[in-house]
Design a protein around this ligand. Sequence first.
Ligand SMILES: Nc1ncnc2c1ncn2[C@@H]1O[C@H](COP(=O)(O)OP(=O)(O)OP(=O)(O)O)[C@@H](O)[C@H]1O
Ligand SMILES: [Mg+2]
Length: 243
Amino acid sequence: MSEVFPLCVRDLVVERGGVRLLDIPSLHIERGERVALVGPNGAGKSLLLRALTALLDADATRAVSWAGQAPSDAVLKRCGVVMQQPLMLRRSVSANLRFALEHHGAQRLDRRALAAKIEQALALCQLGDMAQRSARVLSGGERMRLALARALVLEPDCLLLDEPTASLDHTASRHVESLIREACEAGRTLLLITHDLALARRLCNRTVLMHKGALIADCDTPRFFDSPPNPAAAAFVRGDYLE
Ligand SMILES: Nc1ncnc2c1ncn2[C@@H]1O[C@H](COP(=O)(O)OP(=O)(O)OP(=O)(O)O)[C@@H](O)[C@H]1O
Ligand SMILES: [Mg+2]
């Protein structure tokens, strides 16, 4: 199987209505890294995730490369992506998983293998008793678990997760944390966008701080929290407002 890492961003600038929303000269993520992307509301974290997955305009996509190549369908199929507000098909929970496997899976599966994978993903994300429920009527937390199941069922090389625990109750949140940890232990690369700094600290070995569209700190996680690399990072860790 060909390599998808490193993931590189070079001179990514995104402007809308004359406002600069992203300005990232450089970002590199190597295979196996576990990167937390943190920062205040509106910093540009979700927008950066959209750029990485080729969901913005052509100029933004040109600034991104996966293993030296432009983001292609083949590469993006190897990424398990959970957006902040995941979209679901207006079908059952299990039909959403089936659709992901049939349309985004790396390999074609026969009916039996497909059914087994769906069952496994449902159990993994504790959705077994709602397999036939319409995805439209799921609660916020259930929807997030389905989005995660949909990402994990594809057995991706990397997980790109935007606030995967934001709407989860405590038990579900711990469960999702263990799913992410297991995925990392299985060798998957992680980019985790989160406001839960304790979670970032537990799961990630590198922390990147974003503010006003720029990456303003980037270092290993223990240093980020225990000895922040600059005054802005120190203020962020203290919970102060960032100018
Ligand atoms: N299409 C657009 N047109 C204009 N502004 C936009 C557009 N998309 C995003 N923005 C703005 O870009 C900024 C960054 O948005 P983004 O969703 O990336 O923030 P975020 O860091 O993910 O915040 P949060 O922590 O609240 O999820 C916001 O101020 C948002 O209003
Ligand atoms: Mg966001």
